[in-house]
Design a protein around this ligand. Sequence first.
Ligand SMILES: NC(=O)c1ccc[n+]([C@@H]2O[C@H](COP(=O)([O-])OP(=O)(O)OC[C@H]3O[C@@H](n4cnc5c(N)ncnc54)[C@H](O)[C@@H]3O)[C@@H](O)[C@H]2O)c1
Length: 342
Amino acid sequence: MNILVTGGAGFIGSNYCRLVLNRRPGDCVVVFDALTYAGNLSTIEDLERNERFRFREGRIEDPGAVRRVLKEHRIEAIVNFAAETHNDRSLLAAGDFLRTNVIGVHVLLDCAREAGVNRFVQVSTDEVYGSIEEGEFTEESPLQPNTPYSASKAAGDLQCRAHFVAYGVPVIVTRGGNTYGAFQYPEKLISFFTTRLMDGKKVPVYGEGNQVREWIHVEDHCSGIDVVLRNGRPGEIYNIGDRNERRNMEIVDVLLDELDKPRELVKHIPDPRKGAHDKRYSMNADKIRALGWEPAVPFDEGLRATIRWYEENEQWWRAICAEPEYQAFAQAFYGPGLGDDL
Ligand SMILES: NC(=O)c1ccc[n+]([C@@H]2O[C@H](COP(=O)([O-])OP(=O)(O)OC[C@H]3O[C@@H](n4cnc5c(N)ncnc54)[C@H](O)[C@@H]3O)[C@@H](O)[C@H]2O)c1
């Protein structure tokens, strides 16, 4: 099968390409990526040597570019990871989120329909459900997104539904939990805090750090997406969750212990997301388990392995942290004191 992996130069997409190339000898992978701040050729450098792999630069909201890549590579399936993904950035400026996560998804779906693509997997997030105090979200739970990011992802999911109902595009939506692992851009909780702590810098914890997230290792998230691509039913939605609920502060404690750093490096700051900061995410994943999927990476092992990965791959993340774009965002969001004296 020839698979177009949009957003494949980012965190989860690049890990997905690795999984397909390793486990599916009959498949070819074409990454189509705009190389925004979050997409880096260094993230897919190891894949470039594989003869079943190709890279094409382009934006998913550009119909001409999408049509060309679908035709040129005789694409049979699309897995769409391309998105603006950082909640905090969406609070500063949401324009790019709407352009990519809504218009981009619409354009991709239109082009998939024209080209007669056999499968389209839209990679979405548990954040579209909003926050839940008790119990778990199922695929039938209402969409109650609370940030411009999660609202744009919910809008993308609804485009998928509409294209399935109105035109019969064979689209399936996955909703994954908070994902961690190798190659995550150093702006999300685990990657940001690990890299800062390695340098002995303070880490900003919103409020008391009591927000609960459901974590899943990137390899488990990717194997879930792959199961859905091959065995899922068009028109359906599948949650991909691993029931690892942790308070943010519990994660920070593990990072401090593993990196042998003092608690003084934790700085509690007022929550910039205010009312938009979801307290708890939790999903029921029985539906995807019924397809034969189950997660393989225990959380504590996965977290420790991820910390070791950042220790062993300093070159990768240091090059990113040195980019002016990275510095500019950090200062705009956390203030000019983001340096050692955060
Ligand atoms: N990271 C998580 O915890 C998580 C959890 C659940 C779901 N998701 C979803 O998984 C997908 C991938 O997330 P990630 O964390 O790997 O993101 P990421 O930010 O690491 O990567 C996004 C990739 O998309 C590319 N991109 C952005 N806009 C584009 C455009 N207009 N056209 C083409 N490419 C574009 C970027 O260059 C980058 O390579 C997203 O759709 C996200 O909503 C992420």
